[in-house]
Design a protein around this ligand. Structure first.
Ligand SMILES: Nc1nc2c(ncn2[C@@H]2O[C@H](COP(=O)(O)OP(=O)(O)OP(=O)(O)O)[C@@H](O)[C@H]2O)c(=O)[nH]1
Ligand SMILES: [Mg+2]
Length: 485
């Protein structure tokens, strides 16, 4: 049985992406912005069980309950905790989505933000641990069978990275062994790092917590997202859109929502987050996942999601979409070098899927994908059921996403290490992170930073070595050596 998912959002980026995510989840389950379900009265709200299968017509077959609680007065509320150190984004979110629970918001009393400093965010979280724990516990009490905590945040600022890191420690400490912790992680644009010079420090400190405490992390790079958006609208037109991040956040939230399609609209496979993650993450070291989406034009041009319009492109069929998902221009972390794949899962979501086109597409795609030599070299497939917004008309409403575990992570992380080294070799701006200017304190902080760097370099090495035929055996030998020592 799939279990509930509790979402945490930290900082501007985490909360802005989150607003779009909840908008889309609500749309897909026909829930209005104030939480009212559009098509179901309270009596209908039984969920499908073996006993009531024969009276299907009145029963909800989708599972909004995994992401929302339902109140006695028939209103859905997201299982969501929002955290920020300055109020503007959360204020915007609560007015756009009155369904959000105001009791699940944690805002700093002084409202000043964490000034792009991981340390500020982390210490703030540490000092407010009790309040954060209470919020999480209260949400946990509303679950029957919690499956996953998921966190939306950016690695680069102060709140998403610092409070996010503290949250990862907290979750792991209190609930980690039994629950999945997965994160949606947004990397800053490389071209725009100059305005926040310490971003590589913040990133390194956050990556260390993700390496130690998350079970799986979906990686998004703002540069890749921006160039996707520019390729559709042109860089000048983008400025006329509602916000600088409107398109990028639409792509992230579209993917994040689609990932849970098979358990929100249950079919016979991948009926839980656990089953998806265990298919994609073979070892605890290889857990940084990449994604792509198609057809991009339709997703970005869908200005206002309405209940009658679906995401689809009549011109692309199942075969085309499977191949399009391999196209560099559809990838959320695009790299120039060829990549090797450890695992790959393609979702095709639409009405009346043509299985023969899918088979053809998978065969063609398999011949183009370079799998590491020790995996089964097969592309896993999710036949996704379209949400209600798509079933209200007869169109196919076909779209696809791909989740993969691949070596592009080597490039993403190496870039960060390079930027970090430039700062660290001169201990530049280290005083932002020290408690005093003493030589010992500076050394202590540099040492702590370098430990984080070492963890990130280990992940890079792991992703590099996994392309070897003997990768699994080498791991076994290392374990034996450790036993002997
Ligand atoms: N894709 C995307 N990136 C964003 C968004 N908002 C901010 N960013 C990026 O995230 C990084 C900064 O993180 P923020 O989320 O603004 O920072 P924060 O977590 O609020 O931390 P402080 O403001 O320092 O307290 C920068 O690289 C921004 O370009 C967003 O809505 N979408
Ligand atoms: Mg902020």
């Amino acid at each position: 049985m799939p279990g509930e998912i509790i979402t945490l959002q930290a900082g501007q980026c985490g909360n802005q992406v989150g607003i779009q995510y909840w908008n889309q989840l609500a749309n897909e389950h026909e829930i209005l912005s104030d939480g009212t379900p559009l098509s179901y009265s309270n009596e209908d709200l039984q969920f499908e069980t073996r006993e009531n299968q024969s009276q299907k017509s009145n029963i909800r077959s989708d599972r909004p309950d995994l992401f929302f609680t339902l109140s006695d007065d028939n209103k859905y509320t997201p299982r969501l905790i929002m955290i920020d150190l300055e109020p503007s984004v959360i204020t915007k979110a609560t007015s756009a989505l009155p369904m959000l629970n105001p009791r699940n918001i944690h805002l700093s009393e002084n409202g000043g933000g964490a000034a792009n400093n991981w340390q500020h965010g982390y210490l703030y979280g540490l000092n407010h641990q009790e309040d954060l724990t209470n919020l999480i516990d209260r949400e946990l009490d509303k679950c029957e069978n919690l499956s996953t905590f998921q966190l939306f945040h950016s690695v680069a600022g102060g709140t998403g990275s610092g409070v996010g890191s503290l949250l990862l420690e907290l979750l792991n400490d209190r609930y980690g062994s039994k629950k999945i912790i997965n994160t949606f992680l947004i990397f800053p644009s490389n071209e725009k790092t100059s305005d926040v010079v310490v971003q590589p420090y913040n990133t390194m400190l956050t990556l260390k917590r993700l390496i130690d405490f998350s079970d799986c992390t979906f990686v998004f790079e703002n540069d890749s997202l921006n160039s996707i958006e520019n390729s559709i609208f042109g860089s000048s037109n983008k400025l006329s859109r509602n916000s600088a991040f409107e398109g990028t956040n639409k792509l992230i939230s579209h993917i994040a929502t689609s990932i849970s399609n098979p358990f929100r609209f249950p079919s016979y496979m991948y009926s839980s987050n656990e089953s998806i993650i265990s298919t994609l993450v073979p070892t605890p070291e290889l857990k940084f996942l990449s994604t792509s989406v198609a057809p991009i034009t339709n997703i970005l041009q869908k200005q206002n999601t309405s209940f009658t319009s679906g995401i689809g492109n009549a011109n692309l069929n199942e075969y085309d979409i499977i191949l399009e998902l391999l196209n560099d221009k559809c990838k959320m972390n695009r790299v120039n070098d060829p990549v090797s794949y450890i695992s790959m899962m393609n979702y095709l979501i639409g009405n009346n899927l043509n299985q023969s086109e899918i088979r053809k597409g998978l065969i063609r795609a398999s011949s183009r994908v370079n799998f590491v030599p020790w995996t089964s070299a097969s592309i896993h497939l999710v036949n996704g059921r379209p949400p209600h917004i798509s079933t209200t008309n007869n169109k196919k409403n076909l779209h696809g996403i791909q989740i993969s575990n691949n070596t592009s992570i080597v490039h993403v992380f190496s870039k960060i290490v390079k930027q970090y080294d430039l700062l660290a070799k001169r201990a530049a701006y280290i005083n932002y992170y020290t408690e005093s200017n003493d030589h010992e304190e500076r050394l202590r902080v540099m040492e702590m930073f370098n430990e984080c760097r070492e963890s990130v370099v280990n992940v890079i090495e792991e992703y590099k070595s996994c392309t070897s035929l003997n990768y699994l055996e080498d791991g076994l030998l290392e374990d034996e050596d450790e036993d002997i020592v």
